[in-house]
Design a protein. Sequence first.
Length: 623
Amino acid sequence: MIMARPGHKIKPATTELKRLGGAFSGVAIFSGCINILMLTGSIYMLQVYDRVLASRSVPTLIGISAIVLVAFIIQGILDSIRSRMLARIGAEFDQTLTPKVFDLMRVLPLRGARSDQASQGVRDLDIVRGFLGSLGPTAFFDMPFMPLFFAGCFLLHPLLGVMAMVGGLIIIGLTLWTERKTQQGTLAVTQSGAERLMLADASRRNAEAVQAMGMGKVFRDRWIDVNQRHVEATLMVANSSSGVGAAAKVFRMAFQSAVLGVGAYLVIIQQMTPGAMIAASILTSRALAPIETAVAHWKGFVASRQSLARLDDLLALSADQKTRTQLPVPHKDFVAEDLAAGVPGRSTPLLAGANLNLKAGQALLIVGMSGSGKSTLVRVLAGVWPAMRGSVRLDGATLDQWSNEQLGSHMGYMPQDVELFDGSVSQNIARFLPDATDDEIVDSAKAAGAHDMILKLSEGYGTRIGEGGATLSAGQRQRVGLARALFRNPFLLVLDEPNSNLDADGEAALATAIEGTRQRGGIAIIVSHKISLLQVVDFVGRVHEGRFQMITRDEYRQNMVRASQPAQAGAAQASPGRTGEGNVGAANTASPQQGVRQQVAMLRAATGASAPASFPFKKEDGQ
């Protein structure tokens, strides 16, 4: 679980509960009235046995019964209101913390947290809210009034008062025993439950790959193992809590009967009246009832307490967030200085010392071998991942000086795996913003070359695409993702492998979109293995062996020309019998495998993948 810093004393969730102290005070007042009215049954029995039966007065019986009926009705109304107050306290607690918990759930995976850790906050919030709305808290509000019932027993007879207090201490001991036996089990239930949800979600999201590659049995066995551990932990907690709860319940009933028996003995020796005997039995039962309720709901109390502690640790991560000033719309440059980038949660960067300086109207193509760190770099440049060292500035302001919403309105980002959401095509393009207009949506689609493609869908822009864009092909998802990135003409456009699934028309539309961004004064950063976008960029950046180097497009082309000469010479030597045809003939008659090797050799030489020295880096002003 993501924990707060050692020694961190900020407890936002607990503080929020304290802020609701006024509402809890109201619950306490209602609890006091309810507990006073709980004396009604004992007083009624005392009056019936000692007064009505002795006087044989029917009017007295009717009058007392009417008063008692009104008292019971009032008690029921107050009890209902108290339950509703607790439910609303839970809802208020949830509504206050939900935005913060959701924001953290959204960003924690970008800080290296697992999906189950990121979503644990939502489950913890549900647990606390559910406990606040249950009967569990009523026990804690009723316990302060236990001395009232013990005092009533002492007034009837000191021996019965002592018995009631001893019984209370025994049940409190059972409660503490319940705490000890269920604490670890409750924690195990929470952890195993989170694993179950993570595995089920992963299997659902990757159902296509699991089915096609025959991994169903493997994942089913993993699910059975995790589920078995969860069931065993649940049974352990259930056995502990239910066993102690049953023991407390049996003890209370037996103890109530014992009080009645002692009371009968005191009546026989003429130290009590029959009415006092019945009243003492009822008072003893009522005195021990809050403890029994606490034992019955102890599992929920322990789970809620653990959830509240985790929420404190989770929310402490965002407790120090500062209020950001609204900055002007960016229009000048995008700069990275001495940037070190790596996967969140790891201490070693994948690349370091990266510098770039792009002015308005310029574009950068980032190349490099697979796994070299290109996607890591653009995630840091887009503010998705934090930089390990150095700074990224947009118009002179570091990215953390912009709020997430403000920075997002000036940035168009398209990840390597296009992430679409369940909803219509138009909603996805508009980033689900409620104030988006149809003209803005259509203009974005046209800029991405996706308008005609969208019109061919079953319901056009209103077509629902399912979770992750499941109803669209890979190329269609990329086109919609590009249209979303271009929505409202952002100043900074960051695209990670935007043409990996595009056909020739899609490639042309992508090039047009990048050129359009440049012409309107925006900045574009594109990661691609293909060099077809070379014509629409100003610079080419290479990621290789943990370093980033940036040169102009013309220098890159010169490298390609120089790299092609030895590759062509090697092809001619590989076909000596083809004299007279020259290099062209050799290239034409080479096998497909040789042709691929030649192209790979040219690209590696041009990008410096095999020999860094062959990729000269010329440092421009400000780069």
